[in-house]
Design a protein around this ligand. Structure first.
Ligand SMILES: [Fe+2]
Length: 376
């Protein structure tokens, strides 16, 4: 097993107060109605076009995590992504739009998660009362940047803003010379825009796991043990759940899995290791993550903090608060993740009648042929 030091764990625990916004990340940053967007890069650079953007944790994870916040009425304009773009609404009300001219829309509220297909135009507006908060997960270490809607590129030029072919924002109002046309990303033609696939609202709803849709079920082999029984609700891909009845609603390759984890007051997930990097983003305060076999390294997570746990580090998760706590669990890769619980946990689970089947899912131990028992 890999050991982690407290210093290293502290570096990988990005507190909400450590998030640093940038308001000049994109080509539409001077457009009235879009100029107050706050862009955050928490893990990886995301798609920022600004060298001023602070990245809390630059280490490659196979995905990028960022966030957006903006005052009521402010809009993030239509653009295309080449890899998955997933919106996780933590606060406020955001209206997401998509299509050649943003003609379709759906409203996202706290707890809702939307994965927008690649190669379609999307944007969003804060239609709630306050600033709101949307975390974003982008697929891949290199997301390939974005393509803005041709109207946005033309309008930006009126404010002296250009986007170079290598994704650098050129601001002629700051003294930069107007770049040659062939040094900039050309606006897509009307024909090219018309050839993009269209998604109906019904099709898009298949890519939303709304707060009220979540399918929470007991998730782990330790479910019968005292103080255990944590639940998971899948969102995207195959994650760490050991419940064979779980089916993720969103299943096309993203390069990561995403699940909600729910712990009742005092409840815990027993110590396990995982072969992949795992990120935890709680909605509520109170989660304590203990790392290493001895549990000597601790991270106490506040609401909306981000913790990245390296591969092959033993971790146990406990709700130390007197309220139910939910957290997103994001793990690198599209494969089924296999949490490896410690031997003493598996033995205690077996004594309570639970064992893992050959696929790594929890089953009644007496139903599994002895020769098929998973010994890990
Ligand atoms: Fe985006």
């Amino acid at each position: 097993m890999t050991q982690i030091s407290q210093v290293e764990a502290d570096k990988r625990h990005v507190k909400r107060s450590d998030y640093q916004s940038c308001t000049v990340a994109f080509i539409d940053c001077k457009k009235p109605g879009s100029h107050l967007k706050q862009n955050y890069s928490i893990i990886g650079p995301g798609v920022t076009s600004s060298s001023e953007q602070v990245i809390n944790l630059p280490e490659a994870h196979g995905f990028n995590i960022g966030a957006a916040a903006m005052p009521t009425g402010i809009t993030n304009n239509l653009h295309i992504h080449f890899t998955a773009e997933v919106f996780m609404v933590y606060d406020g009300e955001y209206t997401f739009r998509w299509g050649s001219n943003g003609e379709n829309e759906l409203v996202g509220r706290p707890g809702d998660i939307l994965s927008v297909p690649t190669w379609i135009f999307r944007g969003f507006t804060n239609t709630g009362d306050g600033e709101g908060w949307v975390f974003t997960t982008l697929g891949g270490d290199n997301t390939g940047g974005v393509i803005f809607h041709p109207d946005i590129i033309r309008e930006a030029a009126e404010y002296g803003l250009y986007l170079s072919k290598d994704n650098v924002l050129i601001d002629t109002s700051q003294g930069a010379p107007v770049p040659d046309e062939d040094a900039c990303i050309p606006p897509m033609s009307a024909e090219e825009v018309a050839r993009l696939r269209s998604y109906t609202p019904d099709e898009m709803r298949q890519r939303i796991v709304a707060h009220e849709d979540r399918d929470y079920r007991p998730a782990f082999i330790d479910r019968g043990l005292d103080g255990c029984g944590a639940e998971i609700a899948p969102v995207i891909g195959h994650g760490i759940t050991q419940n064979r009845d779980h089916t993720p609603k969103i299943r096309n390759p993203h390069g990561f899995s995403m699940e909600w984890l729910r712990l009742q007051p005092g409840q815990k997930v027993s110590a396990f290791s995982l072969a992949d990097k795992m990120v935890v983003i709680p909605r509520d305060a109170g989660l304590r993550v203990r790392m290493n076999d001895t549990g000597d390294v601790t991270a106490d997570l506040g609401a909306w903090d981000t913790l990245s746990i390296p591969a092959n580090v033993v971790r146990a998760i406990e709700n130390t608060s007197d309220k139910t706590v939910e957290a997103l669990i994001i793990v690198t890769g599209d494969h089924q993740k296999r949490p490896a619980f410690r031997g003493n946990v598996l033995e205690a689970a077996f004594a309570r009648g639970h064992a893992l089947d050959a696929q790594g899912y929890v089953a009644d131990a007496h139903l599994i042929p002895k020769y098929g028992m998973v010994a890990e």
